[in-house]
Design a protein around this ligand. Sequence first.
Ligand code: NAD
Ligand code: TYD
Length: 352
Amino acid sequence: MILVTGGAGFIGANFVLDWLATRDEPVVNLDALTYAGNRENLASLEGDARHVFVHGDICDRALIDRLLAEHQPRAIVHFAAESHVDRSIHGPGEFMRTNVEGTFTLLEAARAHWQGLEGEAKATFRFHHVSTDEVYGSLGPLDPAFTETKTYEPNSPYSASKAASDHLVRAWHHTYGLPVTTSNCSNNYGPYHFPEKLIPLIIANALAGKPLPVYGDGQQIRDWLYVTDHCSAIRAILDAGTPGEVYNVGGWNEKPNIDIVKTLCALLDELKPDPAGSYSRLITYVADRPGHDRRYAIDARKIERELGWRPAETFDTGIRKTVAWYLAHQDWVAHVQSGAYREWVEKNYTAR
Ligand code: NAD
Ligand code: TYD
């Protein structure tokens, strides 16, 4: 079996659902159920003995030791993190605790466990660390896309905490020989994406007739990847990645934010027309994010060359599926928009 951390969040839940649909290998899913973690994402696995959910914290060493001893996973896939840049600006402490201290705790537990293994079990054990392209910093308009050897230049508390965790993972391989792999992926989108991030926030606000907040001039560029393509990349790395190696994962799909917002408005106009007029009437430019990175772009040639991975979805197919999913899952959106969510919206948008 494999141990997944953060498997009740956006990407982790998609990974667990896809894994059990394609691999039939049991998963122990450790998640602290922060505001971003949601058991409802895993509702279709109720009663499935291949999924063992454990409510707990990656900073809890005793718990991780117990899970490793009890379940003897052949791999750890580490998603758990605080993941939202705007939240890291308002309150960086939790990012340092989960992303840095949590990754450290997990690495130490994995090292102790791995050192006690023998033969084939020791040789094939893997620790896969899920990271982000944001560790590389911001690109100018004509700069080449990020390769795996790009210098680290993190600019937000979030990306600095992820960069720190990447460095720990690297050092645990270099110093102790722990068989780690790391993926640095671009922006994901798709089902179960928490509506604090751009794409689900725009869909949720549009359907509620609320302003669609575009930071600054809306010309910041992100490289969007449909979430199930990220999941297939991680499976490819687990299957055939080389310990100690880093793989950049991206969708070959750079788009300015304002284009994303206009595309969402056009799709909603088609799929759920509003009698009041096009959703684009709600687009509202607001104050920029402090330290806002201008452009991210991933050069994903290494993972294609070495592991044969390429995204299956184009942006056109992925974004249409995503809008259709949100239209069909308005209950899910309503449930995650709890009191805590409303407090966040108040904190992040009222003063803008
Ligand atoms: P998310 O915020 O949706 O989910 C994070 C999950 O981790 C939640 O279920 C939360 O409950 C859990 N968690 C948080 N702190 C924990 C702790 N201390 N112990 C145990 N569980 C804890 O995040 P996501 O968007 O699914 O991102 C998953 C991973 O992928 C993160 O490491 C993130 O840095 C990385 N990543 C995300 C993107 C993206 O576009 N969302 C892109 C590249 C990489
Ligand atoms: P986000 O989804 O928070 O991802 P990240 O900051 O990790 O790239 O934001 C994507 C882009 O959209 C980013 O450039 C910030 C911008 N943005 C807005 O313009 N308005 C918003 O309300 C949000 C949440 C993001």
